[in-house]
Design a protein around this ligand. Sequence first.
Ligand SMILES: [Zn+2]
Length: 158
Amino acid sequence: MITSLFQVIPLPTEIADAARRAVNAGAPDHELITVDSPESSPCRQCLRWAQPGERVILFPYAAIPSGHPYSESGPIFVHANDCQRYSTTNEYPADFRNGRVFRAYDSSYNIIDAKIVNGSEPEVVIESLFQNRDTAFVDVRSVTRGCFTFRVQRASRG
Ligand SMILES: [Zn+2]
């Protein structure tokens, strides 16, 4: 059996649930949207495209926490209804094989490298970024809009 060298980290369920509570409470920075076109709204919890007609919440998420030069907060979607957090974390999510940029960060949250797929497979790009021992994690983002999609860490060796 081939084990991948990386582990996909979907958005924590606590954060998705907090967004669901916030939109119900009328938070001005949380918006409830009905998806109207395919492949427009990636859910960060189940790591699938929301389908037309499904409702999603749009809200800001600090993928890189404040207090660092590369601190960054930006808009993400989660399904408005409960969805299953992505669980096959040793596999790259099938819905996002295209249109992503891969940013390598060190343990101080500095960007140290970035690549696009550019004809290669995403697994190959991720593993090439982890060949740098200073890479602590890789953030996968939309190549066009820049929005955070999910994080990838080195697989823990058991
Ligand atoms: Zn979802």
